[in-house]
Design a protein around this ligand. Sequence first.
Ligand SMILES: *Cc1c(COP(=O)(O)O)cnc(C)c1O
Length: 347
Amino acid sequence: MTLNDKIKNLEPYEPNDSGYKVRLDANESYFNLPENIKDEICEKLRTMDFNRYPDPMAKKVTKAFADFYKVNPEIVTAGNGSDELISVILSAFLKKGEKVLTVSPDFSMYAFYSQIFEDICVSLPKENGLKIDVDKLINTANTENAALIIFSNPCNPTGQGISKQEVRKILKSVDALVVLDEAYMDFWEQEQSLLSEVEDYDNLIILRTASKAVGMASIRLGFAVANKKITKVLKAVKSPYNVNAFSQLAGEILYSHKDFLQNNQKSIVNAKENLYNELKSLGNFEIVDTVTNFLLIKTVKAKLIFEYLLSKSIAVRLMGDMLRITVGSEEENEALISALKAYFDKS
Ligand SMILES: *Cc1c(COP(=O)(O)O)cnc(C)c1O
């Protein structure tokens, strides 16, 4: 058998193996769960019916998510990470030969899935590689007749956000379905989210994830929020038991610990600001401030620094002439700063 062109050169997604001591490469939260929440999850796990399929609509965890973000639970669809939801959306809302509009740089999975589904992917470069030009995006969507626009706000990897007013302008100026990935919105200002007005639009899906600010990357849990008509489609096209019973149970418990989540989110933002100041005071490279839990360093030495850090068991993400660095715990950030100091003293 011959593999077709779109799959024959694919490699499995294997980010850095986890052998590194300091992991600042995947934008995860540096907070593990405290003992009391772990206990609560373990106790509840004893009551789980291991022999039964999970709730296909994931009602309890969806309700807990909806309570936390103050949205109507009827317009929320749970997924096996938002990655799964991106795949479901691109597979269902585009017909063969229709166009997806992405921006560049942005989260790599958008273009990846659209390639697998054989959609035509159009990519609009950002100004200085950092910011979406909203008018150009609208123009491109309309002249290319895009059926779907997908982007992250705030953006991974640039860490920049566009305002709520700008997102509204996009929504009102295009016919396309807009998939707004708010994976990092918890780290920015909540007023910039469109969650509270999602039902006002007939062409909006908002994605959220438990993997970043919520600190549960291990359980693979994401959510799509959209009006009832779109939600009905999402629930119909996803695979029936897409979120396993353990993730539903753990997610339900976690979203009910509202103060814990909000305090962690504040701590992460403070830690990011401290790390920004420390990196800046090193004075050896251009550093881009962000509204997320990671920072960007721009330098022609990116690759050399990346390799040096790996040799010190510190993993960050290399992207061309940039390093994307997730904020870590105090000790992890200290390890990073002292390794960088040692690097620049040497060179
Ligand atoms: C990390 C990330 C996600 C999260 O995906 P999950 O599958 O929920 O872990 C989604 N979108 C962006 C832009 C991300 O950076």
